[in-house]
Design a protein around this ligand. Structure first.
Ligand code: F6R
Length: 615
């Protein structure tokens, strides 16, 4: 993972790069570092910990001056998180400096060779190997920096977004990309480099997104020259206009990004269906799907590939696609799919779901699917991301930037897109009538207001959180459409509060997990009116008779569950297929409040990063 930021121009680079690193901290926060070129020499400051620690250290050491800078926030892969392994890394001569997001898989053999040639390594990182390889090529072959970077990259196996600076050539920065994202902000006589556009959004709306296997020479006050890494082919850079604004990436008065993003869901869902859900015309308009509708309608099978929360959205999609469209759906962990020699046919449609659009396993899974002739449809949030570009077609969720590491609005907006797709397809293949289709659209349009109402339980959920914040385990149960919600609720709790939690289909409980239940065990049960209500009540009885504590998510006005549960949390009534959009809200709030009460870092939980660009 890791976040990289760079600047070359006429402004003071320090505040730009530091702010940029703060915005990219979601990508990793094990250590941070910055190097500045002050017109004469390089000044380096790096430290274990967060960008705030870097700020304190660099200001204390007076390392803040220069019009060129490279910064890095790290999610450790090779080497423990400490000061030495933090980026940037110098080459042995001290002339070159590099920042890197990704992994160099064959670093060990290259390192061995460089050691034989007299190189000394100070860190355990693969990155320090790469910068010395570049230096060795520069020296040995007598080539310019750009050429040396290119030759080096043709020797390495792995993934990277890198920026390299040579203090003997202070008017240029070389960048390159394979598998990790890299955007170049194009200003007037100045350029920005970053893992996404958020670090430079207040300076320019123009960005170049490098494609895989491309590198660029960024020349101060001049231009950006893009070329293929595996040859000398120059590529005309495509400058894209960004839609992002600053307000979208700030906290807007909320204590945490996660809470802000939970509360943004009514608007985010509206943004997702805006222009697509057209009740008056009686249609769902989705160009990416429309243009490829026959691929879907002729598909023998849909395979969903995703990871984490996006995988849970994929499970909801399985229920709704099979229920309404009647096409068989398989939901695969991308990390398993890519390595298990799966059977993929040319009449399969693969839907890749990813908030970031950069998840390495999902990206590899779709590449595999494409190699085998399948049609790939991407459902991503980040516009222009690798998965979006690698897919044959797709639909964006339009949730806006999700900064909190725990996914919230990404989940509900993914479900919204997938629901729209299912409705469009079901109407086209005649599995639902025009009037059913119409009713679904009308109901979907009520969802933002119903999410708003679901958020009103916040203070009640906070009270429940105060009772259970110190327990060691939680169980989450749901059936049908709400089974994936139970998995998602458990994932949210464990990732931000570090409480062990399991999600189960409610009826599976008696095949094992029931043994865990005693008076210490809170069990969150999703027991809405639509969807196996009576059966879930029986499951609640089973928990009750073993003295488990029941926190039930019920439909407004419910009476029966109220008689049995220790706590009930009400959400509005909706169609069964749409309940996940509501039942997930109190579970997000529950995990949020418990984590805050336990003093956990909600937006940056330990060991995690927002976009998992390593496998
Ligand atoms: C959980 C979470 C992760 C991501 C997973 C996939 O809250 O954020 O489980 O869902 O890493 O990420 P994307 O959706 O970016 O592919």
């Amino acid at each position: 993972m890791c976040g990289i930021v760079g600047y070359i121009g006429n402004r003071e680079a320090y505040p730009i790069v530091l702010k940029g690193l703060e915005r990219l901290e979601y990508r990793g926060y094990d250590s941070a570092g910055i190097v500045l070129y002050d017109g004469q020499d390089l000044q380096l400051c790096k430290t274990q910990g967060k960008v705030l620690d870097l700020k304190k250290k660099s200001e204390k050491e007076n390392i803040t001056k220069g019009h060129v800078a490279l910064g890095h926030t790290r999610w450790a892969t090779h080497g423990v998180p400490n000061d030495v392994n933090a980026h940037p890394h110098y080459s042995n001569s001290g002339n070159l400096v590099i920042i890197h997001n990704g992994i160099i898989e064959n670093y060990a053999s290259i390192k061995e060779e460089l050691i034989k040639r007299g190189y000394v390594f100070h860190s355990d990182t693969d990155t320090e190997v790469l910068v010395n390889l570049i230096e060795e090529i520069q020296k040995h072959e007598g080539v310019k920096l750009g050429k040396a970077v290119q030759i080096a990259l043709n020797q390495v196996v792995g993934a990277y977004a890198i920026a390299v600076f040579d203090r003997n050539k202070p008017d240029e920065i070389i960048v390159a990309k394979l598998g990790s994202p890299l955007a170049i902000g194009v200003g007037e006589d100045e350029f920005f480099i970053a893992s996404d556009a958020s670090p430079f959004i207040e300076y320019t709306n123009n960005a170049i997104y490098l494609e895989d296997e491309q590198m660029a020479i960024i020349r101060k006050g001049r231009d950006v020259r893009v070329r293929q890494i595996d040859g000398d082919k120059q590529v005309a850079p495509y400058i894209q206009e960004l839609q992002l604004n600053l307000e979208q990436i700030e906290k807007g008065g909320y204590e945490h990004f996660m809470l802000k993003e939970i509360y943004e869901q009514p608007e985010a869902i509206k943004d997702t269906y805006r222009g697509r859900l057209r009740i008056n015309d009686g249609i769902v308009k989705m160009a990416g799907l429309e243009d490829n509708i026959h691929k879907f309608l002729n598909a023998k099978r849909i395979i969903v590939v995703a990871c984490g929360t996006s995988w849970h959205a994929g499970l909801v999609a399985e229920y709704i696609f099979e229920d309404l469209v009647r096409i068989p759906v398989e939901v695969e962990y991308a990390s398993e799919f890519r390595y298990r020699n799966p059977i993929i046919n040319s009449d399969d449609v693969v839907i890749a779901i990813s908030q970031s659009g950069e998840t390495a396993d999902t990206l590899a899974a779709i590449k595999l699917a494409k190699e085998n002739g399948a049609f790939v449809f991407g459902v991503c949030n980040v516009v222009g991301s690798s998965i979006a570009r690698e897919s044959h077609a797709g639909a964006y969720t339009h949730a806006g930037p999700e900064i909190g590491v725990a996914s919230t609005k990404a989940f509900t907006t993914q479900i919204t897109v997938l629901t729209l797709m299912a409705l469009k397809l079901a109407k086209r293949n005649g599995r639902i009538s025009q009037s059913e289709f119409h009713q679904y659209l009308a109901e979907l349009e009520t969802i933002p207001a119903k999410v708003e109402r679901s958020l009103e339980v916040d203070s009640h959920v906070k009270y429940i959180s105060s009772i259970y914040k110190d327990v060691a385990n939680f169980l989450y149960l749901g059936r049908g459409y709400n089974f994936p919600v139970a998995l998602e609720g458990a994932l949210k709790l464990k990732e931000i509060s570090y409480i062990h939690a399991e999600g189960y289909p409610a009826a599976e409980m008696k095949h094992g997990p029931i043994a865990l239940i005693d008076e210490q065990m809170p069990v969150v049960v999703i027991a809405t009116k639509k969807g196996h209500y009576e059966k879930v009540i029986s499951n609640i009885q089973e928990i009750k008779s073993r003295k488990g504590k029941i926190i039930a998510v019920v439909t407004e006005g419910d009476r029966d569950v109220k008689l049995l549960a220790d706590h009930v949390i009400e959400v509005p009534e909706t169609y069964e297929a749409l309940t996940p959009l509501l039942t997930t809200i109190p579970l997000q709030l529950l995990s949020y409040h418990i984590a805050v009460m336990r003093g956990c870092n909600v937006d940056q939980p330990r060991n995690l990063a927002k976009s998992v660009t390593v496998e």
